[in-house]
Design a protein around this ligand. Structure first.
Ligand code: BTN
Length: 247
């Protein structure tokens, strides 16, 4: 099968998410991939920056036009991308990869990748979505104050071919995204829950006030909220910034 992806490879960019969004606004097609060897202003969640040593890692963004998803359910794109990345990385590296709500990929208790999902709307109408990932592949030293970074080479002791990983993740994502287009959301939702970091048992969570409590994961909604179950059986919904997993 011919690849559905159009790959735009750059040596250096400020942020692949920003360029992919710009291309989206200019009318470039779905499945355009913007990738670069070095990002000078890589963006993370919550206005953070994304550290990635030039040439060592994968930093890329995918342009999508998911008009078939209701705009309040767009977090399912993040689920689909996380499932695709998790499955591809498990196959290629044999590492214990999991998905940490809301947007991280973990190996053991450390972060190996972060994703950033952004949308452009004209009024209520979606124009395009961009999902970007920074995957730490062959970087050994991290200098930023990111709490618990790791990479494939640190976790496995093996230097990996980035092209092979990229191909595996794109193919896997194509399959996941086309499931969504066909209305088979359960093919994403089930593996998403099954591959969640700390999906079983009670673990500590922290509110923005600093208050801590133990709860277990009951669900993650397609709107993005985490559903936690307290030990008295009651369930509570949390949006991204309303709770954190205590590491
Ligand atoms: C996070 O964990 O905070 C999300 C990090 C997302 C980083 C990627 S690198 C490729 C793409 N371009 C960006 O500017 N950010 C994302």
């Amino acid at each position: 099968m011919n690849s559905p992806f159009t790959i735009r490879h750059y040596h250096q960019l400020a942020s692949t998410n920003s360029i992919a969004m710009q291309l989206g606004m200019q009318g470039d097609p779905e499945y355009t991939v913007v990738i670069c060897d070095e990002q000078t202003a890589g963006r993370g969640q919550r206005d953070t920056t994304w550290e990635s040593e030039a040439g060592k890692n994968l930093t890329f963004s995918l342009l999508l036009r998911p008009f078939f998803i209701p705009s309040d359910q767009l977090f399912i794109l993040s689920k689909a991308f996380s499932v695709a990345v998790c499955q591809a990385l498990k196959n290629e590296t044999q590492l214990p990869i999991t998905i940490k709500w809301p947007n991280d990929i973990y190996v053991g208790d450390k972060k190996i990748a972060g994703t950033l999902l952004e949308h452009s709307f004209s009024g209520n109408r979606l124009i395009c979505s961009v999902i970007g990932i920074g995957l730490n592949v062959n970087q050994v030293y991290f200098t930023s104050n990111a709490p618990n970074p790791t990479s494939i080479v640190i976790a496995s002791g093996k230097t990996m071919d980035k092209e092979i990983l990229l191909d595996a993740m794109l193919q896997s994502f194509y399959h996941c995204y086309e499931c969504l287009r066909l209305g088979a959301a359960e093919k994403i939702e089930m593996p998403y829950l099954a591959n969640l970091y700390r999906k079983d048992g009670y673990h500590p969570y922290q509110l923005p006030t600093g208050e801590r409590f133990y709860a277990k994961i009951a669900d993650v909604l397609n709107s993005g909220e985490l559903v936690l179950e307290h030990n008295n059986g009651s369930k509570q919904l949390f949006a991204f910034k309303e709770v954190g997993i205590v590491l």
